[in-house]
Design a protein around this ligand. Sequence first.
Ligand code: 2PG
Length: 251
Amino acid sequence: MTIHRVVILRHGESEWNKQNRFTGWTDVDLTAKGRQEAIQAAKLLAASGFHFDFACTSVLKRSIHTLWQVLDELDLCWLPTQADWRLNERHYGALEGLNKAETAERFGPQIVKQWRRSYRTYPPALAIEDQRYPGHDRRYRALSASELPLTESLEATVQRVIAFWHQEITQRLLSHQRILLVSHANAIRALMTYFDAISNDHLSELYIPTGVPLIYEFDDQLKPINHYYLGDRDDIAARISKVKAQAFNRQ
Ligand SMILES: O=C(O)[C@@H](CO)OP(=O)(O)O
């Protein structure tokens, strides 16, 4: 049996991760620490013998700059890459820009947890006139009205991420390409939900650390057979706890 591998990487720490703000499709950049996390991830991948034939990212610069740092560190700046909106973070609607701890204080931790971690709940929607609506952004001009979100549930995110997976990744995997996919916490949760049929209870406790390579292995039928984070167990556990504590820390 051939094992097909995909390396999935959440972008490094962003300016709004640091400020604990809902980010979604808002195009904030990496912090200096975020760039370092990307370089560290690349070093780890190189030391563990990973090689790549193709890489993809969202169209958001925190993910694109993470990929650039990784490719630069691996001396793979020539690698074919694709930036696709379907790998964007889940759209957080009218929450984008708000501090997570302040939002929990204002609306209550339960509803904020539901907005962040349930499968079907939509965060409050944007109005179409709102400058944060992606219909005002040139990079999304090819999207139809039904594809342009005013807000997204995780379920809606799953639909587009999985469409990307089937249209752009599966054929490459079957032709033995080694793939690096750089994306965002909820887009990665969406992929994991699809791969592993995760229950809603487990899903709400699934936190994805920044800058830690997540290795997914598939069999010949592209059935997922194993996944694991690359790196030091204690360090990874500490990073996951930090993401988990986010809604409660003002920072
Ligand atoms: O703000 C966001 O876009 C995401 C990821 O940082 O946040 P959360 O983990 O709360 O879904």
